[in-house]
Write a protein that binds this ligand. Sequence first.
Ligand SMILES: Nc1ncnc2c1ncn2[C@@H]1O[C@H](COP(=O)(O)OP(=O)(O)OP(=O)(O)O)[C@@H](O)[C@H]1O
Length: 359
Amino acid sequence: MIHARGLTRRFTARRRTVEAVRGIDLDVEPGQLVAFLGPNGAGKSTSLRMLTTLLPPTSGTATVAGRDVVSDPAGVRARIGYVGQRNSAGESFRVRDELVTQGRCYGLPVPVARRRADEVLGMLELEALADRRPGTLSGGQRRRLDIALGLVHRPELLFMDEPTTGLDPRGRADIWRHILRLRAEHGTTLFMSTHYLEEADSMAERVVIIDRGRIIADGTAEKLKSDLAGDRITVTCASEQDAARAAVTAERVAGPEGVGVSGTAVEIRVPHAAVALPAYLRTLEEAGVRVAAAETARPTLDDVFLALTGRTLLESDDAGHGPTAGPAGSADQDGPKDHQDHQDQNGRDGRDGRKEGWA
Ligand SMILES: Nc1ncnc2c1ncn2[C@@H]1O[C@H](COP(=O)(O)OP(=O)(O)OP(=O)(O)O)[C@@H](O)[C@H]1O
């Protein structure tokens, strides 16, 4: 459904060149639900805009829904839907009429556009709001309308750029309910960028992580976490001296980079905490180290990002990847891009563990 090779985009702003996307390769199969995750300025929107033909690539190739984004942008657009970061609906019409107009823009005859408008109103549970003006809707209702607008022409593939950003937890859960239903009932391929780690983790079957314009991880959330981050054990000792001794014992298995000490707490990275913890506690008891409490935790996607980059996603936000050195080349001239504020979940420090036994 999506096949990209070496997709690259440079921008020139104020005589400096920014490499927003640096040669990404990507293959997405029909029916997949892919979360595209990365910090502010990582290159998510730029990638989406190239794949949706809103922006020509500087170099590289991509076919989307079987059509080339450069040589057949109209063919791509006819087969995909795109929900951008900003509201798509205007203020001139009522909700139903906005949808009919959108259908007409895709070349649907009036009766078909009307039928499709009613269908998507039903799919997104917007029937009761059909005669309201978009400006009177709540944030969550507007996002649902944006998604409905992206679906009027029955696309095989829907791109969504941070569809839940700015919504409260209830609004986000509601959007997700609709996204998952869309996929279950219509088999639509969904490719969406998000800032919310827990959403990517629990909802998407595949997570693609982009950082500084490059794809740095791609797989199921579970696989990325077990391959790259490892579980976390936290042992709280009776004193700082006990913690220091517990850390030395842990380092024999997890290595110095797999162990962190903070006051009386020792944090250790291991592949399988539930297996490793009993053996570790036995070893500490035999050594006379006094332990007050112990707990295990599964890694988060932020732990994956940390293991790959040495930074957390929150630390990385707004860091961007800056301009490349040297004068502006032949890249297109574009205005600067505003970035919205985003919330993020943040993980803790630590690195991947290596072994499991303390014997
Ligand atoms: N039109 C533009 N002109 C100049 N630089 C741009 C333009 N659009 C994006 N950039 C720069 O390209 C980089 C990637 O931006 P992009 O919007 O793709 O990131 P993002 O991952 O979508 O970020 P966010 O999550 O904040 O939307 C950033 O450094 C950004 O400032």
